[in-house]
Design a protein around this ligand. Structure first.
Ligand code: SF4
Length: 730
């Protein structure tokens, strides 16, 4: 059943669950109402979704939501289902297919059963909206066989079937101007739709819709699109401007669409905020649309929620909204799928991390997921928390506990979400999760291999070169990397230096006039607050002889949420400022990480990368090439590749030095020169960085240099030792 690319890579199998619109009812019966299947999809829509998924590298196939849906799923074995099925009948019908999929443990796109079941009840949805402080027209529900209790409602009113979508049962004929018309209308609709009816005060104003895409803090809220009714002279058929099923079908005749709508920014913002409030309150997932009307006195009124909006290309409002906002249909469909894959901790390459939604902290569904302080607060620090994310045998739990007595663990939920839980050799896991091998200290390993403590002329300062210092401002990191050189420090309790210590270090630097370059490090300086960081930067910037300030940070890789517009806005005030970050594996270059790095570069701050060569993580030229090309694409300049230091407990990460040299040899000539980092060993004992790159020189004398190129071919270059010749002439 699993299909593979010619290269052997498995494609993700995506079933498209749908109800396809039929010309006649099963058994050849004619449809009784013109909009009976208004919610169902045309075969062209299903095909467009299939094509968009196919073009994005997935293996899509149609799963029609018929009575034997469960059997089809069992037979076809989708990895995930792209759900647009409306279900068959009843006010829970949109939730039926998601309920079956949940029961079978199959992930699916879009909102879950609860949100879909609730949203189909228009009155209940309005109550939820009102409970969030969103304004919605007064309304009441008429139940079959009960009397009308209009209460304080004002005419005109609009009567809608309470549990239908796609404007079903709604048109200009639905508006009642007085009680007599209302009673007549209710009697008609009751006999046609046989369900509860919503009677709502009619808002005589402009109509808008707002689209949402994604989850939590990463939800995109599109600006409102206006549905503009083209007034036709003497159009008695459409006196009330109702965006009905009939009008939608003939939208070219009746409607103009405009996005962003021509409304004051305050009104637009209010609509977007209200849309997000309702999206969150209802627990909508991946994508949805919210409809509004604007009253004559400019009040934003919520009308309806659509957690399963239509996706007919060139027809439905949602793809139109996306298109207005630069997202083509071909991108929109895979974006919806990506949002779901992210929630389920699944990878688009077909390697499923878990058949069920990732639990708790790392599900990506917490509304605060995009907030770095939430990420930092919720780091995984105990074996118990870890075992909720990855399966751990009892022995592993004991080993990790033993390890934690010496070296701390902290993994941001974001970084933990990148771990493939079923792979004990996953390169992301290896960098984050302790292993028993860390407890073995081999000969030659040291607590402080770079002799930083002996080279510290003042507290929190390391001075190895005459014109540069290292300023250690904190011992805290977003994640405690298992291969950390300074594990002797960051292995202790979280500790950032105080104001007095900062002042003392800055006054030391101010007194040493030869220092022109300060590298702020730790720990990770970007775990400090913006205010504290600015205090340090402004203090250093006041020193005339400090020309360059650099920051070493792994935060763009382990907690990219930290790179906020406010942070980069502050940093750019202290130019010239350079940042070096630390990516070791191409899978760390996620969309979030690339976006964070883009923010730094867009602020005019040069961004470099230092990787550590780690056995089992990146000691392979193909992996390294993918990483380096990814870095360059993200506008990050590869700077150093470090041989793993001689810190205690890192023997299992260390490679033969020749491995690094060989990787650089394979990369040289195969990718652009500026994408190849310098391979260095930080000399034990504090000798500084020593380049250990492949040697291309065969011989060199006063006459010529004989060298080999990256293909191993030999070339000669004449050597003109002009100084020697000048001396000989004399
Ligand atoms: S972020 Fe840097 S200092 Fe912190 S643990 Fe990782 S390697 Fe060490």
């Amino acid at each position: 059943m699993q299909r593979t690319e010619p290269g052997g890579e498995r494609k993700l199998r995506v079933g498209i669950a749908c109800n396809i619109r039929q010309k006649t009812k099963p058994g050849g019966r004619r449809k009784t109402l013109p909009d009976e299947e208004a919610e169902f999809d045309e075969p062209e829509t299903v095909e467009a979704i299939r094509q968009a998924l196919l073009n994005s590298g997935y293996d899509p196939f149609v799963l029609e939501a018929s009575a034997d849906f469960q059997e089809k799923v069992r037979a076809q074995k989708p990895d995930i289902v792209f759900n647009i099925a409306e279900g068959i009948s009843g006010r829970d019908r949109e939730a039926q297919i998601p309920a079956i999929l949940s029961y079978m443990g199959i992930p699916y796109t879009g909102s879950d059963t609860s949100a879909l079941a609730v949203s189909l009840d228009k009155h209940l949805t309005k109550e939820i909206a009102a409970s969030c402080g969103v304004l919605t027209p007064a309304s009441f529900v008429v139940k079959a066989g009960s009397n009308i209790r209009a209460g304080k409602i004002h005419f005109p009113v609009i009567v809608k079937p309470n549990a239908e979508g796609s404007s079903k049962g709604i048109g200009d004929h639905s508006v009642a101007r007085n009680m007599e018309e209302l009673k007549k209308k209710i009697a008609e609709d009751m006999s046609s739709y046989r369900e509860d009816l919503l009677v709502e005060e009619y808002v005589d104003g402009r109509e808008f819709t707002v689209g949402l895409l994604g989850n939590g803090k990463n939800t995109k809220v599109f600006p409102p699109m206006e549905i503009i009714f083209r007034k036709k002279k003497n159009d008695r058929k459409h006196p009330w401007n109702i965006y009905s099923f009939g009008v939608k079908q003939n939208y070219r005749e009746y409607i103009d669409y405009q996005c962003p709508a021509d409304i004051p920014s305050g009104i637009s913002k209010r609509m977007m905020q209200d849309a997000k409030k309702i999206y969150d309150a209802m627990g909508c997932l991946d994508f949805a649309r919210m409809d509004f009307r604007l009253s004559a006195d400019n009040r934003v009124c919520f009308i309806e929620a659509n957690p399963l909006p239509g996706l007919a290309p060139g027809y439905s409002d949602y793809p139109m909204l996306a298109e207005f906002n630069g997202i083509s249909y071909g991108s929109l469909v895979p974006e919806i799928l990506s949002a779901a894959l992210k929630r389920y901790q699944m990878k688009a390459d077909g390697k499923k991390r878990s058949g069920k939604p990732a639990s708790g902290k790392i599900s990506g569904m917490d509304p605060e997921w995009g907030d770095w302080k939430w990420q930092y607060r919720n780091r995984i620090r105990t074996v118990g928390e870890l075992s909720e994310i990855i399966p751990l045998m009892e022995k592993e739990k004991r080993d990790i506990s033993g390890c934690l007595e010496k070296f701390r663990m902290a993994i941001t939920p974001y970084y933990a979400s990148l771990i493939r839980p079923d792979d004990p050799h996953d390169p992301i896991r290896m960098q984050a999760v302790p292993s028993e091998e860390e407890m073995t200290v081999t000969p030659g390993e040291m607590a402080d291999p770079l002799n930083e403590e002996a080279q510290s002329p003042a507290p929190n300062i390391v001075k190895r070169y005459p014109d540069r210092v290292l300023f250690l401002v904190t011992r805290c990191c977003a994640m405690y990397c298992r291969h950390c050189t300074r594990r002797r420090l960051v292995g202790e309790e979280d500790h950032a230096i105080g104001k007095r210590e900062i002042d003392a270090a800055i006054s030391y630097i101010a007194g040493e006039r030869e220092i022109r370059d300060v590298l702020i490090s730790g720990g990770d300086p970007l775990t400090l607050s913006d205010e504290k960081l600015e205090y340090i930067l402004s203090g250093l910037r006041k020193i005339p002889h400090v020309e360059i300030i650099r920051i070493g940070t792994r935060v763009p890789c382990t907690m990219p949420q930290r790179i906020t517009p406010e942070l980069v806005g502050m940093l750019k005030k202290y130019q010239p400022l350079w940042i070096n970050t630390h990516f070791n594996h191409p899978r760390e270059l996620t969309a979030d990480a690339v976006k964070a790095c883009g923010r730094i570069v867009d602020a005019g701050i040069p961004l470099g990368n230092q990787s550590v060569l780690l056995k089992g993580v990146n000691d392979d030229a193909r992996i390294m090439k993918k990483l380096l090309l990814g870095l360059v694409k993200a506008r990050i300049r590869p700077y150093y590749l470090y041989q793993c230091d001689m810190s205690e407990g890192l023997e299992h990460f260390r490679t033969d030095v020749r491995t690094g040299i060989d990787i650089i040899r394979k990369l040289t000539g195969s990718i652009s020169g500026f994408a190849v980092p310098k391979f260095v060993i930080d000399a034990p004992g504090g000798g500084g960085k020593v380049p250990v790159n492949p040697d291309y020189i065969v011989s060199l004398d006063d006459h010529k240099v004989v060298m080999k190129n990256y293909l191993g071919k030999t070339y000669e270059y004449p050597n003109r030792n002009t100084e020697k010749k000048r001396r000989e002439k004399k």
